[in-house]
Design a protein around this ligand. Structure first.
Ligand SMILES: Cc1cc2nc3c(=O)[nH]c(=O)nc-3n(C[C@H](O)[C@H](O)[C@H](O)COP(=O)(O)OP(=O)(O)OC[C@H]3O[C@@H](n4cnc5c(N)ncnc54)[C@H](O)[C@@H]3O)c2cc1C
Length: 292
């Protein structure tokens, strides 16, 4: 996780905690996938929990007291629009990947604490959450603005909510949306598989197009081939990146930053040209990353 994001997690201190009950937990990766990602629906006990599209929540998993911490605290993007359950309580949908980490000293692999805690909860279990936190990818005021959305793995979750919000609630939206969705294999394509193809419902929208990027050799853990997906649309993307109203939103694992820089440097003609263009986008608040 990047220092910037560590800082973000520290910035969102778990001051106010809320009880939430798991009402559903289902795998959304296909059988046979190396990764397990579960869609978890939580019902928050606090009726006025004030959450909006594009926000995150914090989850407090119990920590081992031997490490001197009461909780292990991690953030999760909300993967849907704000909803209410049948009981009228706020309902939150998140997509959590079961993670592991390699211990720096022993070199052993251990289960990640928060993600395994979350993925092991079952309907009826109560957990503690915090937030919501406004790490939003905003809908631009300008309804003609174009959006380039690039998400890998669980990074697709905030874009699922954003695209749904735009096509459901922003009636005068005219900008193009180009969604690039990366995963190691087709079995790990969240919300774009046989069981759940959420983005298919927007395919008849003139403004919407979605592309997938996979790893050429998933079993060797080769990086996602962003170049194939992005360079295929290179001309259009470069035009969009030159327009003053285009916004680029990127979400997923931190290694995406370097992978994307390489591809965009090729589109730009050189790494320097790309870094200059990216710096302009960042300075204008039009390149926003949520990397972890
Ligand atoms: C703003 C923000 C939003 C996030 N949204 C989501 C989300 O919607 N869904 C989600 O599953 N995670 C999300 N994360 C990551 C999440 O907060 C945790 O880092 C993750 O669940 C691992 O926590 P852990 O305690 O199990 O393991 P940790 O010890 O924290 O991490 C174990 C290892 O897993 C890697 N890792 C962390 N997250 C992922 C991931 N999603 N996919 C693959 N590898 C990962 C870490 O780099 C580390 O190497 C988000 C993080 C941030 C900062």
């Amino acid at each position: 996780m990047s220092e910037a994001i560590r800082h973000l997690e520290e910035a969102f201190e778990p001051a106010e905690r809320h009880r939430a009950v798991v009402v559903a937990s289902e795998p959304i990766t296909e059988a046979g996938a190396d990764a397990e990602v579960r869609e978890i629906v939580l019902e928050v006990d606090r009726p006025d929990f004030p959450y909006e599209v594009g926000q995150c929540i914090g989850v407090l998993a119990p920590a081992d007291p031997a490490f001197g911490k009461e909780h292990h605290y991690r953030l999760y993007s909300v993967a849907d629009l704000p909803e209410r359950s049948a009981s009228g309580r706020p309902s939150i949908r998140i997509a959590a990947r079961r993670c592991s980490y390699i211990d720096d000293y022993s070199g052993e692999r251990y289960p990640g604490i928060a993600s395994n805690y979350l993925c092991d909860r079952r309907p009826g279990d109560a957990i503690e959450i915090t937030g919501p936190f406004g790490l939003a990818f905003d809908v631009p005021e300008d309804r003609d603005a174009d959006l380039i959305l690039i998400g890998s793995g669980t990074g697709i979750a905030p874009f699922r909510a954003l695209v749904k919000h735009i096509y459901r609630n922003v009636s005068d939206w005219r900008g193009k949306i180009r969604l690039f969705h990366g995963a190691r294999s087709g079995l790990e394509m969240l919300y774009r598989n046989d069981a759940r193809d959420d983005f298919a419902q927007y395919c008849d929208r003139e403004t919407f197009e979605a592309f997938q990027a996979l790893s050429p050799r998933p079993s060797w853990a080769d990086p996602i081939a962003w170049d194939l997906a992005i360079e295929e649309r290179g001309e259009e993307l470069w035009d969009l990146l030159g327009k003053p109203s285009t916004h680029v939103y990127v979400a997923g694992l931190e290694k995406m930053r370097d992978e994307l820089d390489k591809v965009f440097a090729r589109l730009a003609g050189s790494p320097d040209k790309w870094q200059r263009r990216k710096a302009e986008l960042v300075a204008g608040g039009r390149w926003v990353e949520l990397l972890y």
